[in-house]
Design a protein around this ligand. Structure first.
Ligand code: HEC
Length: 179
């Protein structure tokens, strides 16, 4: 059996109404006909909050410290950045994975001694690995590099945003044909 949508019944059953105003009032209404302050705000939506907490506001535009970060993350917590953006391929403890592709381990990997190597791979990508050039700003790349360098390995260099600036170039890889 097919349901036929009854427009008139829907109008009668649903919430509808009218506001009666004099011509005088209509010319300069004392109050908004719809009081927008009573409408629930998107920012207060519980589901949206959960979503934002999970991705740390990654849907929001964030410009921190003047660095570009158009559609990336807002957190500068290295572990959180790692969990959200690296662990999917390199696994939670950096143990790497071998499946359809090969994801090298980042833990106990002697190449992680060079912070510049890590920064360069994050900025430029590496064959099967995507570039995070436009996803993370300098502080964030520094934070996640520090996490890989020191937490997943036991190296003790300090990684700073200035180190990232040294290697960063204006265009994401592949964006500028003259590069
Ligand atoms: C979509 C999967 C994917 C994601 C996400 C990813 N990687 Fe990778 N990564 C790879 C692959 C695949 C390689 C190996 C590339 C190759 O050598 O061909 C790699 C290589 C690397 C290397 C070089 C390892 C070595 O031994 O030379 C580093 C460092 C690295 N990734 C860090 C990161 C960090 C930090 C993040 C998160 C910001 C990240 N990756 C996110 C797939 C990924």
């Amino acid at each position: 059996m097919q349901m036929v949508f009854d427009n008139q019944a829907s109008r009668n059953n649903g919430a509808w109404g009218a506001v009666y105003m004099t011509k005088e009032e209509l010319r300069s209404p004392q109050v908004n006909i719809v009081d927008v302050s009573l409408l629930p705000k998107m920012a207060e939506d519980a589901n949206l909050q959960k979503w934002l907490a999970k991705f740390e506001g990654s849907v929001e535009e964030s410009v921190e410290g003047g660095s570009k970060n158009k559609h990336g993350f807002i957190t500068t917590n290295g572990k959180k950045l790692y969990d959200d953006s690296c662990a999917g391929c390199h696994m939670q403890k950096g143990e790497g994975a071998q499946g359809a592709g090969y994801y090298p381990p980042l833990a106990n990997n002697s190449k992680m001694e060079s912070k510049y190597y890590i920064i360069s791979v994050i900025i430029n990508g590496l064959r099967g690995m995507p570039s995070f050039h436009s996803m993370m700003n300098d502080e964030q790349i520094a934070a996640v590099t520090q996490y890989v360098h020191s937490d997943l390995n036991n190296f003790t260099d300090t990684v700073t945003a200035a180190n990232v600036v040294q290697l960063r170039h204006d265009f994401p890889p592949g964006a500028d044909p003259s590069e």
